[in-house]
Design a protein around this ligand. Structure first.
Ligand SMILES: *Cc1c(COP(=O)(O)O)cnc(C)c1O
Length: 353
């Protein structure tokens, strides 16, 4: 067993999450979002598994992610691949060559798509209130009936879907409905993971879940309907007792007040854990949650009390016993960030459960 952190990706759990979300989506198509190398879990493996489970449309962020995904799926799996960055001027030929569908998000991109000419399918991304990317509703209105464009999807993105009571959700829904009335024949998509859980009126013709496929609860807390997909574990290297009055790790901030048994584990922020997890996050060892005291680059220390422990024993740092959303809450971030950081030194392996 190599003495390093290991990231286990359970593709069966991924497929089950996909089926759970697809069932919830009802008649709407479930189009997985596999940007950022499949949320750090390997876009190729994840997409092949999801294709086999029934997914036929995918979203990525960058053009090169789309090109890579097309190569990974190959000509035997003619998925529709939507690119959220849209059409960066000068890249139409690359998008066309890989059969990608850019989600036009700015008037400059609309011009680039028109210049690319016919038989070039595009999506229209309308900004309904995130103010980050997307065409304004006013500009979108000028495109209705434009024969120089070949739109295949109308899309928008919710800014507050993880907070079901946030007033912005309704505002965005109303704006999206108005935008949609201009393109009554165009399939429409508004919801990502959280939006999909808000209710049927949010689902339209297609939903775009990312994080909930990969084990994140829709509302930034664990959800019993969603299974853990990624497990990070690492072996203990040393077991020792720190005497009262001694310091732990770097700096003079962490002084031990009573004899403290610790296990030093072969994982750290170079393996994708967040440094600020020290003093806040938990690890799972010998059937219980243990406080993580420090996270350094290569090593972290957990308190193990009286539990028997020896070098080589493995400690779970994220997984079925330590939900992603709990880790995210303890480290002041979202499940998405905890996942994408795992693309560091940890060795990945794929299993089916
Ligand atoms: C990332 C992203 C998604 C997926 O979001 P999750 O919260 O991971 O489900 C969907 N749509 C757009 C536009 C995105 O940028």
């Amino acid at each position: 067993m190599p003495h390093r952190a290991r990231l286990t990706v359970d593709l069966s759990a991924l497929d089950r999450n996909y089926r759970t979300l697809a069932a919830l989506a009802g008649g709407a198509e479930t189009a997985p979002v596999v940007k950022a190398d499949g949320y750090g879990l390997g876009a190729r493996q994840v997409a092949l598994s999801l294709w086999a489970a029934g997914a036929r449309s995918f979203f990525v962020a960058r053009l090169d992610e789309g090109e890579g995904l097309r190569r990974a799926l190959g000509s035997a799996r003619p998925a529709r691949i939507f690119v959220l960055d849209g059409l960066v001027p000068g890249t139409a030929d690359r998008a066309r060559r890989s059969g990608l569908i850019p989600m036009l998000a700015d008037p400059v991109q609309v011009e680039a798509a028109r210049a690319a000419g016919g038989d070039f399918p595009v999506g229209l991304h309308v900004d309904t209130g995130m103010n980050r990317q997307g065409l304004t509703p006013e500009y979108l209105a000028t495109l209705a009936g434009d024969r120089r464009l070949e739109p295949v999807l109308l899309m928008s993105h919710l800014g507050s879907a993880a907070e079901p009571e946030a007033p912005r959700n309704r505002i965005q829904l109303d704006r999206f409905r108005r935008a949609r009335s201009l393109f009554p024949d165009l399939p429409a998509s508004l919801a990502a993971s959280a939006g999909l859980f808000l209710g049927p009126e949010w689902r339209f013709d297609m939903v775009r879940p990312g994080v909930s496929l990969f084990g994140g609860g829709p509302f930034e807390r664990p959800d019993p309907r969603i299974e853990a997909v990624a497990t990070l574990d690492a072996p203990i290297l040393y077991v020792r007792t720190v005497a009262p009055g001694e310091w732990l790790g770097y700096g003079s901030g962490l002084r031990v007040e009573e004899p403290t048994r610790i296990a030093v584990v072969a994982a750290g922020y170079a393996d994708g854990l967040l440094r600020r997890g020290g003093g806040r996050a938990s690890a799972w060892f010998a059937g219980a949650r243990r406080p993580v005291r420090i996270v350094n680059m290569d090593l972290l220390a957990i308190e193990i009390g009286e539990s028997p422990a020896k070098p080589g024993d493995r400690v779970e740092l994220m997984g079925p016993n330590l939900p992603l959303d709990d880790l995210a809450a303890a480290t002041d971030t979202v499940a998405h960030e905890c996942l994408v950081r795992l693309s560091g030194r940890a060795r990945r392996r794929y299993v089916r459960s």
